[in-house]
Ligand binder design. Structure first.
Ligand code: UDP
Length: 248
């Protein structure tokens, strides 16, 4: 496997990759044995990992740690080893969908709000939109993200029985990372990725920030305006920057 340099940010080893390198790494992981773990930490997840040793251990043992968040890019500059670019989980997922389509491989979507009699669930809706964007993509199956621990094995069995090659887990952090780590050995998929709210975006439930915000590293501001209830979570960003400064 090709060597990827890592940068430790508050104890979290982040892979110093741009999109092309992350993509290349995914191709390698899809060819390797067992279920590889891909995580997409932002500054909030890095701060949480400092207080949650299980989450920290999972990130440290992941096969690809993508720097998803402008906070990580700023932190890397402060630490004197600038990350090449911010690789958002959602952009990486789009690349992965394209790759899976080209390779004839299938994806299973797990997470987000369940459907009702009149409205499809977010994962089902995301699957429809993904098929529109990547007509050759095989959707192995979908399942919503509101289940109990007792139901987990049944879901893992379903993922395996569908013959899915790639698993997309959208349960929010740290739920998604812990789910993937707990079932890593029992999963037959080649790789699993935690994608936070990406299925909501694919399904059209949440709008992604327009180009201007993305280009200027202001996606967090757009999300704050769209979902003001997230302000407490966003307060993690300045806290994170101060900790990085102190850790220098
Ligand atoms: N979610 C879920 N099960 C849960 C809690 C959350 O499926 O028990 C879903 C939720 O519906 C949303 C996603 O997990 O689709 C979390 O999104 P959030 O925006 O919090 O993730 P972030 O991208 O900020 O990590």
């Amino acid at each position: 496997m090709s060597e990827i340099k890592k940068l430790e940010i508050l104890g979290v080893p982040v892979d110093m990759v741009n999109m092309a390198q992350a993509a290349e790494r995914l191709e390698e992981l899809m060819r390797s044995e067992g279920c590889s773990l891909i995580v997409t930490p932002n500054s909030e997840i890095v701060v949480n990992a400092g207080q949650d040793s299980e989450l920290m251990e999972i990130i440290r043992s992941a096969d690809l740690v993508i720097p998803d968040g402008i906070g990580l890019v700023y932190a890397s500059k402060l630490l004197g080893s600038p990350l090449k670019e911010r690789v958002t989980g959602i952009d990486f997922l789009s690349w992965a969908l394209d790759f899976l389509e080209r390779e004839g491989k299938s994806i299973y979507l797990l997470g987000s709000r369940p459907g009702s009699e009149s409205v499809p669930g977010v994962a089902e809706m995301a699957a429809i939109k993904m098929k529109e964007a990547f007509p050759g993509l095989k959707i192995a199956g979908t399942h919503h993200g509101y289940f109990s621990k007792d139901e987990e094995q049944e879901i893992v069995d379903d993922i395996n029985e569908c013959g899915a090659d790639f698993l997309c887990v959208a349960l929010g952090s740290p739920k998604q990372e812990k789910f993937m780590a707990r079932h890593r050995k029992g999963l037959k998929v080649k790789a699993a990725i935690g994608v936070g709210g990406s299925l909501d975006v694919w399904a059209g439930e949440v709008k992604r920030a327009p180009e201007f915000y993305r280009k200027h590293g202001l996606e967090w501001l757009y999300r704050l305006v769209q979902q003001p209830s997230r302000y407490k979570r966003m307060a993690a960003l300045p806290r994170f920057m101060i900790r990085v400064l102190l850790s220098k």
